[in-house]
Design a binder for this molecule. Structure first.
Ligand SMILES: NC(=O)c1ccc[n+]([C@@H]2O[C@H](COP(=O)([O-])OP(=O)(O)OC[C@H]3O[C@@H](n4cnc5c(N)ncnc54)[C@H](O)[C@@H]3O)[C@@H](O)[C@H]2O)c1
Length: 343
């Protein structure tokens, strides 16, 4: 079965090949002038699949999502003779695809690129929507552009080597999508376990496809994040603050942030206590935490510096019900009691 979705982001066409094998890439792109960018883990476990092909292997992990890595890739591309007609192919998790997109957007003022996401988080979130970039010090994604790949190829066999902690990170974003846009997907998640999706490729494919549709549907309407794209930050405002402060895995931080946003929604947005209980149960079912002990003052200081803050208020994403979210402007004063309470 070939399952392809096509979206247009500000007029630019991006094709999603949702059920292909990596080896079919040559049917979709001229491989002779392509440069693969991947990280050392993905190269170690899967690199035999592109043996003999031009590839640039970067160090794995968020610590290497930096301008130094971009510099290294660009130097290597220059030495290898990459030109304006070359295409980059990012094969990896969100770090690889964010960096590949950024290099492609800037090398010779922009060349084409494609993604093959190899983490669940990459498949349902990071590889979609065109945001790319690097971190500068503690500031995540502070330098970057928005530029869309020509195509994404999904090959679920890459996930066979994905560690449990990385599955959990991906499921946090899946739960986020269900909360903001799709109550049926939320119910599907409730009736399964993470292992069901890990073991059943058909079930996984359906889940990934629904997530691609949710994120693309939102981004297609609002590429520049002036409106509904903000909904994708559900759980992330608070989540980012504690993620950096305590070095938490992203999925853990987002889950704690979703629990916090759920509690605020119950208080301020008529989100029912029954729905809040369902959200908490689902987060727990997927092996994710609801809270940690944190320093209120330090978290506050980070929220104040948050790059999405406009004057003294923050765009906070609240739920009306499961599957429906809205953007609310909240002042830091309004947020304070929740941050003190939920701890
Ligand atoms: N651009 C966006 O819209 C967007 C959205 C969400 C997240 N992100 C970014 O994505 C990044 C997080 O993505 P991530 O969670 O995929 O992280 P990641 O790229 O660091 O991958 C996580 C780990 O899994 C390893 N890995 C990747 N594929 C593997 C496989 N198939 N088998 C075994 N190990 C594998 C990687 O080497 C790494 O150690 C962050 O930098 C975040 O800012 C971007």
């Amino acid at each position: 079965m070939v399952d392809t979705l096509t979206y247009h982001f500000n007029g630019k066409q991006t094709d999603f090949y949702l059920d292909k094998r990596f080896e079919q890439l040559a049917e979709l792109t001229d491989m002779s002038n392509c440069f693969i960018i991947t990280d050392e883990n993905v190269a170690r476990m899967h690199g035999h699949r592109w043996a003999g092909h031009a590839s640039i292997v970067i160090k794995a992990g968020e610590a290497h999502k930096t301008i130094d890595t971009v510099h290294h890739i660009i130097e290597t591309l220059l030495k290898s003779g990459a030109d304006r007609q070359s295409r980059l192919i990012g094969i990896g998790g969100g770090v690889v695809t964010d960096i590949t997109g950024f290099v492609a957007a800037t090398y010779m003022r922009g060349i084409s690129f494609a993604f093959i996401p190899t983490t669940l988080l990459g498949m349902v979130d990071a590889a979609i929507g065109g945001k790319n970039g690097v971190d500068v010090g503690l500031y995540k994604n502070i330098m970057g552009t928005i530029r869309q790949p020509d195509l994404l190829l999904y090959d679920y066999s890459f996930l066979q080597t994905l560690p449990t902690a990385e599955w959990q990170n991906g499921f946090a974003e899946v739960i986020k999508h269900a909360c903001i846009r799709n109550q049926d997907m939320f119910a599907t998640l409730e009736t399964h376990t993470p292992e069901d999706f890990q073991q059943d490729e058909v079930l996984l494919h359906q889940l990934v496809k629904e997530n691609v549709q949710i994120k693309c549907g939102i981004v297609e309407q609002d590429v520049e994040e002036k409106g509904d794209r903000r909904l994708l930050n559900f759980g992330h405002t608070f989540g980012h603050a504690i993620e950096n402060l305590y070095g938490l895995p992203h999925g853990h931080a987002v889950s704690i942030g979703m629990n916090m946003a759920g509690a605020i929604s119950e208080e301020m947005n008529n989100f029912t206590s029954v729905s809040l209980a369902r959200l908490r149960d689902l987060i727990t079912l997927y092996g994710l935490p609801l809270t940690i002990a944190y320093d209120v003052e330090k978290v506050f200081a980070i929220l104040k510096a948050d790059k999405k803050k406009e004057s003294e208020s923050i765009h906070y994403i609240l739920l009306k019900e499961i599957g429906e979210a809205e953007v609310k402007r909240m002042s830091l004063m309004e947020l304070e009691p929740f941050i003190k309470q939920t701890q």
